[in-house]
Write a protein that binds this ligand. Structure first.
Ligand code: FES
Length: 92
């Protein structure tokens, strides 16, 4: 039986909380959007390429809409229904 302490596994790197609430945005039908998943973009809630080279390896979620609509995109980067807000920010 070994008495040496084992090294704990490193914790998964979490995204940065860009904002503790959603961003209200107007989305246009047919456009490709890239929602920032890492939280480091200066152009929230959309990707500006800041994730490149980060250790987290978080990549943007690319999506389109079938129709023009106002949407609430996640700013805390922890929504299970990303890119859309699901209320998870209320538990942070
Ligand atoms: S802003 Fe992330 S769940 Fe609402």
């Amino acid at each position: 039986m070994s008495t040496s302490a084992s090294t704990p596994a490193p914790a998964a790197e979490e995204p940065v909380i860009a904002q503790r609430g959603p961003y209200k945005v107007q989305l246009l039908a047919g456009y490709r959007y890239a929602w920032c998943a890492c939280g480091m973009s200066k152009w929230q809630p959309f990707c500006d390429g800041s994730h490149t080279g980060s250790k987290a390896g978080l990549k943007p979620k690319v999506f389109t809409q079938d129709k023009d609509q106002v949407a609430f995109l996640c700013g805390c980067k922890r929504s299970a229904k990303f890119p859309f807000c699901d209320g998870t920010h209320n538990k942070l």
